[in-house]
Design a protein around this ligand. Structure first.
Ligand code: PBE
Length: 270
């Protein structure tokens, strides 16, 4: 019923993901700024998997739901979703995903560093890998498939870089679908170039710390300037910001398109 107030229908709840995610911190800010919290709204912590499965169920029955949403992610391909307008710009307009490296990597391993620096792709290229893994293809196989299909990209990324001759590279990442995709592609690219790459999934804080303390070489998981902004602020003197590996990422609140009267975060409290 479009004339019924939204809040009571969904228990004033925004369905979120894991507590450590930047989108959760941004949503806490949104609760204050709009002000949603003052109007009974709350953010429910869960996981990406639980959020997408709750979303799938709501969409199946055309029920209202508000989720923490971001792109690139297969949820926007699989479900009819729209971002809510954010007139107070709490989530920032557009995000980039950056590659960060430990200080000293450029000097110790200039070949791997060059490849990391030259690695750049589009949301739709990243989505190709994510859709494969979402269809249960092993991430390593999905990465390999992608490289085979995109020899030109492989050439661009590795251009002018020396062979690795077994030199070790350790990548850390946060196990979001997007970073599972990028990290596995990078590992396969480095391995094809003769480097010996290991990858390790960590929570957000230890991932940043691993680069800042030289425990790992690089990570492709830094959503900036907003989503991981607090970590960048904390670690910016202790890491090397190699630069963006993807432009045009976006973070915010999302609802199914059939919620025609809800188009802005401000509409949640009307
Ligand atoms: N995300 C996906 C992450 C970054 C990648 C938007 C859920 C977050 O920290 O919120």
């Amino acid at each position: 019923n479009p004339h019924k107030k939204l809040g009571p229908q969904i228990n004033y709840t925004i369905t979120g993901i894991d507590a450590g995610a930047g989108i959760m911190a941004s949503t806490q800010n949104a609760l204050k700024e709009y002000p949603l919290a003052q109007n009974k709204w709350q953010l429910q912590t869960s996981s990406t998997a639980a959020m997408t499965s709750t979303l799938a169920k709501a969409i199946k029955y055309k029920q209202p739901i508000v989720v923490t949403g971001w792109q690139p992610h297969w949820m926007f391909k699989k479900f009819p979703l729209k971002f809510l307008k954010d007139p107070k710009n709490v989530y920032g307009s557009s995000e980039q995903i950056h590659t960060i490296a430990r200080k000293g990597l450029a000097k110790d391993n200039p070949g791997a560093y060059k490849i990391l620096k030259q690695f750049h792709w589009t949301p739709s290229e990243m989505s190709d890998v994510m859709l494969q893994t979402n269809a249960s293809v092993d991430p390593k196989v999905a990465a390999d498939n992608f490289i085979k299909k995109n020899p030109k990209l492989y050439q661009e990324w590795t251009k002018g870089a020396p062979r690795g001759n077994g030199k070790a590279v350790k990548l850390t990442y946060v196990a979001w679908d997007s970073e599972i995709a990028s990290t596995n592609v990078m590992a396969e690219v480095l391995n094809k170039m003769g480097y010996k790459t290991t990858i390790q999934a960590l929570e957000m804080q230890p991932m940043w710390a691993s680069i800042a303390t030289n425990a790992a070489d690089a990570s492709l998981s830094a959503w900036l300037p907003n989503t991981a902004g607090l970590y960048m602020k904390q670690y910016k003197d202790k890491i090397d910001d190699v630069g963006p590996n993807l432009n045009g990422a976006k973070v915010g609140l999302a609802v199914p398109k059939y919620m025609k009267n809800i188009n802005s975060i401000e509409d949640l409290i009307n």
